[in-house]
Ligand binder design. Structure first.
Ligand code: GLY
Length: 375
């Protein structure tokens, strides 16, 4: 199946959550007229844009579009990087928002990748007991995953994303053309989360990824827009079914994340392995482990790994440059926030597009599997 055989996806996706419902608008070039979407939320007041130093050119574009829409945009610039998801930055940001007189009925704009979205989302969940925010994600990973669904958090000394809240944005504005300036490694890392939607429950979309993933990463605007719209629609459907991850449905979005978390922990959550790269290797491992358990055909596991290799994403431990023992990696998994009453739920698969949650995985066997992978 090629891109031309796929119907164009809708460019407005609704996240149906009753009173907390919101629209996701996807349009190349949207940032230049984002003010048209934002002005109705401004209540005739200025709006605060929170961004990081790497996104300053986009902040200027956004500020210009707000001005043209008759809204004064005030910009707060934070340092880039995972270190910004900290108590110190949360305190500093909430102080600045209070100094600027942000009220409960206002909407703060999060312009950036997952770090900015998570921090601003959490800050606004507690500011004045909860004020509004809008997500304008500028990385592929944030566009297809973290900006949608209302998970917000900072990191603590005990681990990543351990302090946070569910707080839905009022709107998500996605401009795929901002990805033109995103480094290719970041694009690939975000693409791992795109492939994830095919692997979870959408075999046809995985086939689409196989046919179109390389073009998408080469900058094909149509393929990129289709992938974003399709991914966001999948996420919106899953979040609408299980907003707070209580039924197991939303947990499917964690495919590859338990193995991936162990690999990220082993590399110190550093640039050695980006989150999306950890997820890619983790998804390959989840399929390989499912095949080892006889749950999934070995050829499906190999097909997943082959596609990840085709787009230069890691397809396992060696490609992720991980040499730690299985026991060490399992030890990292025990610090995963998904631990539940002493057991660790795993996402396994019966085939491509047939992911399921398994709460009875034997961690000793997982460690043996990982050791065998390293041989
Ligand atoms: N990134 C997983 C989720 O939003 O549930």
């Amino acid at each position: 199946m090629t891109f031309s055989e796929v119907a164009p996806a809708a460019r407005v996706v609704k996240v149906a959550l009753g009173a907390r419902s919101y629209d996701i608008h996807i349009e190349a070039g949207l940032l230049a007229h984002a003010g048209d979407y934002l002005a109705p939320l401004s209540r005739g007041r200025r709006m605060v844009i929170v961004t990081d130093q790497n996104v300053l050119p986009h902040a200027a574009t956004l500020q210009g579009s707000l001005t043209r829409a008759g809204v004064l945009g005030k910009v707060i610039v934070l340092p880039p990087g995972e270190g910004t998801k900290s108590w110190a930055q949360l305190e500093s940001l909430t102080d600045q928002l209070l100094e600027l007189g942000v009220e409960r009925g206002d909407h703060v704009i999060a312009l950036g990748g997952g770090v900015i979205g998570d921090l601003v989302g959490f800050a606004t969940s507690i500011l004045k007991r909860g004020c509004g925010f809008v997500q304008i994600p500028t990385t592929l990973l944030a566009q297809v995953d973290s900006s949608v669904g209302g998970k917000t958090a900072i990191n603590s000394s005990a681990g990543k994303n351990l302090v946070g809240a569910f707080h839905q944005p009022a709107m998500v504005l996605i401009d795929p053309s901002v990805l033109d300036t995103l480094p290719i490694r970041e694009q690939r890392a975000g693409y791992a989360e795109v492939v994830k939607y095919g692997l979870i429950d959408d075999f046809a979309f995985f086939e689409w990824c196989e046919a179109n993933g390389p073009a998408l990463l080469a900058g094909d605007a149509q393929a990129r827009a289709h992938a974003i719209a399709h991914s966001v629609a999948a996420k919106a459907r899953i979040v609408a079914e299980d907003e707070r991850e209580t039924t197991g449905k939303r947990a499917l979005l964690n495919l590859g994340h338990t193995f991936g978390h162990a690999l990220e922990a082993e590399t110190g959550f550093s640039d050695k392995l980006l989150h999306g790269e950890g997820v890619a290797a983790g998804m390959a491992l989840a399929f390989a482990y499912s095949a080892r358990l006889g749950l999934c055909p070995g050829q499906d596991a190999e097909r997943v790994a082959a596609h990840l290799r085709a787009v230069s994403l890691p397809d396992g431990l060696a490609a992720a440059d991980i040499t730690a023992s299985g026991a060490t990696l399992v030890e990292h998994m025990l610090h995963d926030k998904k631990m539940d009453a002493g057991t660790l739920p795993f996402l396994l698969a019966r085939g491509i597009g047939q992911t399921f949650l398994d709460k009875s995985v034997d961690l000793t066997d997982v460690a043996a599997f990982l050791d065998a992978q390293a041989d």
